[in-house]
Design a protein around this ligand. Structure first.
Ligand code: SF4
Length: 343
């Protein structure tokens, strides 16, 4: 029985690609890649969906693989450049294929499957990009794209008769209608709405990441996780203040904080949890307290008692709330400024 390794996000296209291969008797092992930028399968709003439900229903195995630092390296220095934002989609596809190629060797599989559809995405799913990606991954001729295969040059698996090209599809472009009809044929009734990509395709997130990398080329997982939430203020070269915007964000900040981190809040009022990232001077700590006060329900008081906690010690800073000029000076955000009248 021919064996294949499939790149699998849990989305409609990658699931269908697997089912199209399986219906002609190919044994498929799926591999779901995770990275620090949204492909967290526990987060239903992220680009990777639950990869296990279709696998259970249709009977294929799923392996998870976190790309970790390898992914960070291509985000910082992509050989083929970034997309519209910080998304290095071509390098990302190449990296995923290289990892899949390792599994292909280990499993003695014959080829690789992806759910890519010709013309669906402007950067990575073009007729001239597919062969480039395959070559760079050392997989020339070994990547079968079952959903568009009939529009593409035959792969080794098709030429050698392992795969019947006639049973593959010729989908093209951004419409999902053909995929939805095919899903219906397979009895695939539950599938996620199409995702725009990982967090790196988001302009605000990308702006924050670029700003972080400018000041800290080797950010920690915590630094990257904090980019997803809160309001960010750059205070100095190696110090930022992050202010939670709601209870959920406050809880996440609390969960990410380490014992040595400075945390700020206003007791007895609706208050954001505020955290300092990096090394802070006393002036920085006072500034962080005034920013925290500004986003609390006590902001109109002439002076606000802000509680600070670090290294197991708690104390209070009395401070007026930061005004708009201070916020504008430090806010990490593209262009948009607050009016400079205070509070
Ligand atoms: S959007 Fe691009 S960079 Fe992000 S996971 Fe998808 S292919 Fe990779």
């Amino acid at each position: 029985m021919p064996k294949a390794i499939a790149l699998y996000s849990g989305g409609l296209d990658s699931t269908l690609a697997i089912l199209v291969a399986m219906r002609q008797g190919i044994e498929v092992t799926a591999i779901t890649f995770l990275n620090h930028f949204g492909c967290d399968i526990s987060d239903k709003s992220s680009c990777s969906k639950d990869p296990f439900s279709a696998a259970q229903k249709f009977g294929f195995e799923v392996k998870l693989c976190h790309l970790a630092d390898k992914f960070m390296d291509i985000v910082k220095n992509p050989k083929f450049g970034h997309g519209k934002n910080m998304n290095p989609c071509i390098d990302c596809r190449i990296l995923m294929l290289r990892e899949a190629a390792e599994l292909m060797k280990m499993r003695g599989a014959d080829f690789i499957i992806t759910g890519e559809v010709l013309g669906q995405r402007p950067m990575s799913q073009r007729r001239d990009t597919f062969p480039k990606i395959d070559r760079e991954a050392g997989l020339k001729g070994y990547v079968l794209r079952p959903l568009s295969a009939r529009l593409l040059k035959p792969t080794i698996a098709e030429e050698s008769g392992l795969v019947d090209r006639e049973q593959l599809c010729g989908f093209h472009g951004r419409s999902r209608k053909p995929q939805m009809a095919l899903a219906n044929e397979f009895g695939l009734t539950e599938y996620p709405a199409p995702a725009g990509g990982c967090l790196l395709t988001d302009p605000i997130f990308s702006y924050r990441l670029k700003e972080l990398l400018k000041h800290n080329p080797d950010p920690s997982i915590k630094d990257i996780s904090l980019l997803r939430l809160g309001r960010h203020f750059r205070i100095s070269e190696n110090m930022k203040v992050i202010v939670g915007r709601n209870e959920r964000e406050n809880n996440v900040i609390e969960g990410l904080a380490e014992k040595t981190d400075h945390l700020f809040w206003v007791e007895g009022y609706g208050s954001p949890l505020t955290i300092i990232c990096g090394n802070a001077t006393e002036d920085d700590i006072n500034l962080a307290a005034s920013i925290c006060a500004r986003y609390s329900d006590a902001k109109k008081l002439p002076e606000v008692d802000v509680t600070v906690s670090a290294n197991g010690v708690k104390y209070t800073i009395k401070t007026p709330s930061a005004d708009n000029a201070v916020l504008n000076e430090h806010m990490v955000q593209p262009e948009k400024k607050l009016k400079t009248a205070s509070i």
